[in-house]
Design a protein around this ligand. Sequence first.
Ligand SMILES: [Fe+2]
Length: 285
Amino acid sequence: MAFEAQRDIPSVWTVHCTNGTEHQKNFFLFVKPDDYTICSNGSFCSLETISRSERLSGEEGGSMLCRAVCSAGRRLTPAASVAGCRHKHSLPDLPYDYGALEPHINAQIMLLHHSKHHATYVNNLNVTEEKYREALAKGDVTTQIALQPALKFNGGGHINHSIFWTNLSPNGGGEPKGELLEAIKRDFGSFEKFKEKLTAVSVGVQGSGWAWLGFNKEQGRLQIAACANQDPLQGTTGLIPLLGIDVWEHAYYLQYKNVRPDYLKAIWNVINWENVTERYTTCKK
Ligand SMILES: [Fe+2]
């Protein structure tokens, strides 16, 4: 068994083995095959599925950021391992109640946005990945290519919303502090100028999409970018997402109707700067 991940986040995983046993295991995602025996009896049994059942530190997308590659044995090739894995993504819980962001974003919007819209991206991502695994197992490259738009749309929807929920807080608003504020001043002139620019980019997104504050790791600076539809920021631009603003109509229409600028004025009152700062600090390392 091998695991691949972008970050070494400790997690609790549920491991289901083909011999019918099930185990809760705590470990970092970077696990070498020989470091770990699956079964409680100490033997290395065939692994059927593996899923993250709890995260031990905050991270968006849960299992989206990691890819557990499971196999029926230690010696399978990576491609066969992926094809044999039935890992499923799941809808992350909101870190607050649906009505907690009122009056800035009402409970009805949050309920539908999280439990319907985000849930649909998760479900469709799982369906798409299942089809992709089947195509991979058959060596069907044409189908793999045909599935890529659905993977981008639903995978992006899952990644983006998972970040978005944590970027908001009923205790949010105000301004960031410390090194994030200093970086904003350095790269945009002032917090007010940054706020004006991100608002303007958000207003200017044509149709459905997102506006982002991202970190350009190569250049060591903050950047603002807009993405169409559910295009994920890092996957399509290389920028590391710090703060995302969802400007799809489903994010505001029930409360603000067609007046997107009013929604954008309100959202600054619930921005979770602690979360944005944590993301900045992490990606700078
Ligand atoms: Fe959305």
